[in-house]
Design a protein around this ligand. Structure first.
Ligand SMILES: Nc1ncnc2c1ncn2[C@@H]1O[C@H](COP(=O)(O)OP(=O)(O)OP(=O)(O)O)[C@@H](O)[C@H]1O
Length: 585
């Protein structure tokens, strides 16, 4: 239960609702337990009527009175049971909501490295599956335990008063039932976890094959995917059958044990009645109802033990993530004003998961308002430079300075707010085009959005859609072409109006003519902003104030376009190659 102590703060938060729930639960049970007593009494009245102890009038009056009490008690018990669920189960839903928010906020706090070392499925599972297992502890487990304890204590008290011997015989099978249910629940849990794993494998498989349907069709491999799906389905079916086998044991086992208890009550109770050890036949009926009433709560004891164990294991997994500290921390509380001068001083960086040395002693400087272009082969470390400027990672050795201050001494929110980043793979959310552009600039007007789209040369494309800027993107919306996605992503960065603009090979999917237009527009809107353009194309780099050529994490050439085309090296080769391609075209 050590891990579940994490929930104590929530129990404290909802203490009044919980206390109310406890009082309601106890009251509901007390009223429920009137039923066996009243039925026992009613049977006694009938037997007294039959043997002539009561006259017909007394008999009818007594019987009617008992029936009315019975209805009253049942109605009150029913209403209180409704309230019991409304309080305790509702509290568990609130706790589930709070816990999900807590985990989500922690996910948002954690750095890029955390996401590299944990699989998305695992992150999703902890916020869904694990939280719902914990909720079972915070709600149903508490409710059923309370139910069981109260019912058992009160019923035992009533039963013992009537006949201690009969009480003993009646409750003997109950602990056995509880143990059996406990082991059964554990087995059910084990098998249902396997079923869950298979279900998620199946859904991942189907999701991937739907997303990649064009590739599947183009390669004509539908029969192979069908076979793979069938194989996975067959395994899934077998696991479901394994689970159903143990689940099917649950109710027969309960019915068997209830049956044994009933037989014991009738046999021992009957003998006691004949021997005159219990005074009335109604006691036997009363005990039979007690047995039936107690069986379910006692069975739930085993079930509750198993769900508490599962909740403990789930909370342990959740706590592991909640305890995790972000690698990148904001140590400066006051906002920092950023102008945009960036300097790398002998920067080294190794990606921790792959141990790849992406940058090996990099030094360069861009003055505020200048444009720097970075050219280099794939994997030479270009994107890594941009990641380090946005402090998605911290450098391994050396220092990055912004406006002369080490990047770690700058308020992290100010730093990120001052950057407009266009990544290599433009990511757009399943939302309208307008909201995708407004992402990060929520207060922008429609005119601002249109201006940004015009500067990114995507306005005409957007207007061509029947719903224009309200066109929804994503799975159930329209799919944009690679070049359109890149341009929407550029519009988003332009609209943010940042001090630093980082463009990571974001014109690769647009034709050279559109590239030219966008670069001209960017030239205008990025006046006074520090801009870094990462590209494989000379056309994107040629107008920059300074160009660096990167190879395996090191600068191999640098200078202006005019300087570099006159020196033998990678830049000149690339320039001549791309020039001849343009002339050929
Ligand atoms: N998230 C990551 N985890 C581990 N290694 C990485 C990661 N990102 C990049 N690398 C590695 O670091 C090196 C530099 O990668 P980077 O993405 O900076 O190159 P790039 O010059 O931008 O390449 P490209 O032109 O193909 O985009 C590569 O060898 C790459 O495999």
């Amino acid at each position: 239960m050590k891990e579940l102590q994490h929930l104590n703060k929530y129990f404290l938060k909802y203490k009044y609702s919980l206390l109310f729930g406890v009082i309601i639960t106890i009251s509901a049970i007390i009223f429920k337990l009137f039923t066996p007593r009243l039925i026992g009494k009613a049977i006694d009245v009938i037997s007294k009527g039959l043997d002539g102890t009561y006259t017909k009038e007394v008999y009818s009056k007594e019987l009617m009175l008992n029936i009315l009490y019975l209805i009253g008690a049942a109605l009150i018990a029913g209403a209180l049971t409704f309230l019991m669920r409304q309080t305790i189960i509702n509290v568990s839903r609130y706790i589930e909501y709070d816990l999900k928010n807590e985990i989500y906020q922690q996910y948002q706090r954690l750095s890029q490295n955390f996401y590299k070392s944990n699989r998305t499925g695992d992150l999703m599972n902890r916020i869904t599956e694990d939280v719902s297992r914990v909720r079972m502890y915070a709600g149903p487990a508490i409710m059923y335990s309370l139910n069981m304890i109260t019912l058992f204590v009160v019923a035992f008290f009533y039963m013992y008063n009537q006949s201690p011997k009969l009480t003993l015989y009646t409750i003997i099978p109950l602990p056995i039932l509880s143990f059996l249910i406990y082991f059964l629940s554990k087995e059910i849990h084990k098998r249902s976890t396997i079923v869950q794993e298979y279900l998620s494998k199946l859904s991942t498989f189907t999701q991937e094959s739907f997303s990649g349907i064009s590739v599947i069709k183009a390669y004509g491999i539908e029969p192979i995917t069908n076979d793979n799906f069938e194989a996975l389905s067959t395994e899934n079916r077998q696991k479901q059958i394994d689970l159903t086998k143990v689940q099917a044991l649950f109710f027969p086992m309960m019915i068997l044990l209830i049956g044994i208890s009933n037989i014991l009550v009738i046999y021992i109770g009957g003998k006691q009645y004949i021997d005159g050890e219990i005074e009335s036949i109604g006691v036997i009926a009363e005990f039979i109802i007690y047995v039936n009433m107690l069986t379910w709560p006692v069975a739930t004891l085993g079930w509750v033990t198993s769900i508490i164990q599962q909740a403990e294991a789930s909370q342990k997994r959740i706590n592991e993530f909640l305890k995790e500290e972000p690698d990148i921390k904001n140590t400066v509380s006051t906002p920092t004003k950023i102008n945009g001068t960036i300097e790398f001083k002998d920067v080294h960086f190794t990606h921790s998961d792959t141990n790849i040395k992406a940058l090996k002693g990099l030094s360069f400087k861009i003055n505020s308002g200048d444009t720097l272009a970075i050219i280099g082969k794939t994997g030479s470390g270009k994107s890594t430079i941009l990641d380090l400027i946005g402090r998605l990672y911290d450098v391994e050795k050396g220092v990055i300075e912004i406006d002369g201050n080490p990047i770690k001494d700058i308020n992290l929110t100010s730093l990120r707010n001052s950057i407009g980043f266009v990544p290599q793979d433009a990511f757009l959310f399943s939302d309208s085009i307008k909201d995708n552009i407004k992402f990060g600039s929520v207060n922008a007007t429609d005119d601002d959005v249109i201006n940004a789209a015009k500067n990114a040369v995507v306005h005409k494309n957007i207007k061509a859609f029947s719903k224009g800027y309200d066109t929804v993107l994503g799975e159930r919306g329209i799919t944009l072409s690679g070049g359109q996605k890149q341009r929407v992503s550029i519009a988003r960065a332009i609209l943010k109006n940042p001090e630093i603009l980082l463009l990571d090979d974001c014109l690769s999917a647009v034709d050279t003519e559109t590239e030219e237009q966008i670069l001209n527009n960017l030239n205008k809107v990025s006046k006074g902003k520090t801009t870094i353009i990462v590209s494989h194309r000379i056309s994107s780099a040629k107008n920059a104030n300074h160009i660096i050529v990167l190879d395996e994490g090191k600068i191999t050439q640098q200078g202006s376009h005019d300087e570099l085309i006159n020196i033998d090296g990678f830049y000149k080769e690339l320039y001549l190659k791309q020039l001849s391609e343009t002339l050929d075209a």
